[in-house]
Design a protein around this ligand. Sequence first.
Ligand code: SF4
Length: 351
Amino acid sequence: MSPTHFAQRLLTWFEQHGRHDLPWQQNPTAYSIWISEIMLQQTQVSTVIPYYQAFMQRFPELATLAIAPLAAVLHQWAGLGYYARARHLHQTAQILQQYHSGQFPPTLAAVMALPGIGRSTAGAILALAYHQSQPILDGNVKRVLSRFHAIAGWPGQPAIAQQLWQLATAHTPIQEVAAYTQAIMDLGATVCTRQQPACLQCPVQTDCQAWQTQTVGLYPQAQPKVMRPVKPIQLLLLLDQAGRLYLQPRPTPGIWAGLWSFPECPAAADPITWCQQQLHFTLTNLQHWPLIKHNLTHFQLQFTPVLATVTAIASDPAPDRQQHWFSAEDIVQQQLALAKPIQDLVTRVFS
Ligand code: SF4
């Protein structure tokens, strides 16, 4: 099947069967496309929709995002995970305002030079917003092309990725590129799905090499198993006599940078001694909760929450430490940005 033929079949299928009612498809702009593309990285459409709507309501334009405090952006992002995405959005909005008159630059290299924007996202912005013939290669497209061309090997390997980029480029049409881009993403999301693809409804089935050889399940090859190093810690859930929780902003750079969290005590340390030395707090009523495992990109965080009551605070705490005690209402009113596992613990403490 020629590349043009492939695109034509997808376009015809898309008209009838594609998704046309996603919130970011209504009056799309480069800004709305960018926000949705970043949110959709590593996150399902159904999860993204409410976050996207709330985000666009709070930051309807690039200019609003650029002048907002980072804490407000992180608060809006809280729960979506991969918080570097939110920090990069904020940084990129400021760069675009300052150096590009609030617009995305029109070349692939210039868009890719912006923080947090890889080749596929840059291609999607240029194809969907500026109708440039630029290929994309997100997870859905990788799956479709790996199967259609029966490409063996894990798409994360540079040689396989390069092969898939070549194919993606060859298939991307000059005309109707925005519709084609949406069509191939939709095909991957709704027909050529990870589990049980609906090959009988696929517009390119007759020429799909995986289908022809009945080997659809072999593609794309899974990532070889990696053992993440484990980082064990204790998270100290400290309540004062008034029932307020002690939270600290997390350092930058690092995981959950800029978000609020509990003090982190080494796994082998005694929380009472550690608190006395580090925070000048005296603890009582310690309760060790069951271990929680949380996978991050490069390691697995294994944390034991330790709930305790602070009975005394030495008179020389750091000057700003007074402001670190929060009731459940304070957390909501002050819109503290919390990572999902921390939010879950806060909810549990106050429930
Ligand atoms: Fe995917 Fe099946 Fe279509 Fe091949 S025929 S592209 S495996 S849905």
